[in-house]
Design a protein. Sequence first.
Length: 265
Amino acid sequence: MAEVGRLALWIALAPTLWILFGSRLASFGMDSAHAYWNVWRVGPYTLPPGSVDAFNYTPAFAQAIYPLTLLPWPVFLTVWSLLLAAALTWLLWPVAPRWRWLLLAYVAPPALLIGNIEAFLAVAAVVGLRHPTAWAFPLLTKVTPGLGPVWFGARREWRHASVAALGTGAIVFVSYAVSPELWHRWWEFVIGSPTPPTQTGYPPLALRLAVAVAVLVWGALRGRQRVIVVAMVLAMPLWSSGILVLLAALPRLGARHVDSGSKRL
């Protein structure tokens, strides 16, 4: 039965992708990737959230990608898409080969079409369990899904929690030293911007974040690593179908199970 289902999914792949994305191929990468490339051309925090080319992330991320933004748009899009594809391939590699390529065929096209950083956030969630400084990436981009320190704190892994916090703080310190005004503008942007119309009907972020922390603590106390990305999905500042790309981390997280006993480091 599983083989029949897999064959049906392969047969349905082409029409599914065409129905969902065929009309949007001309706007490939224009949803998010173009905002990253264009950030220094229009200026960070000059466009409201939810608008075309709006850049919502911290100055540290804008500064980090600056060299890439100097590339021509087609070159930038090619490099960015290859990085996203590599991240998704690495995340899904533990899946059995007969399903791996099918999952990639369904997950990669929409992820590349949008060009958002969810695949990189998923990589950070996996890598961050062993190298806590990787949590600086979600903390300095989407901010609220940067739940690694909460995971470590719930498990009383204080050294890991400190490394994650201090590593992020060090990056912020350097970034702020380079451009303190940009950080002030980002803070005003985050605090003063209205909720985008696309978020109407979704539960408010404060409620989702509270649920995410509760779910994460529950998973941390039981050593269930896969709960991390579920909590991150709940904690994403803006909801859309694209955030489900985070779940690509499940095969990597599911390959390991940690001791549910709390640790003092």
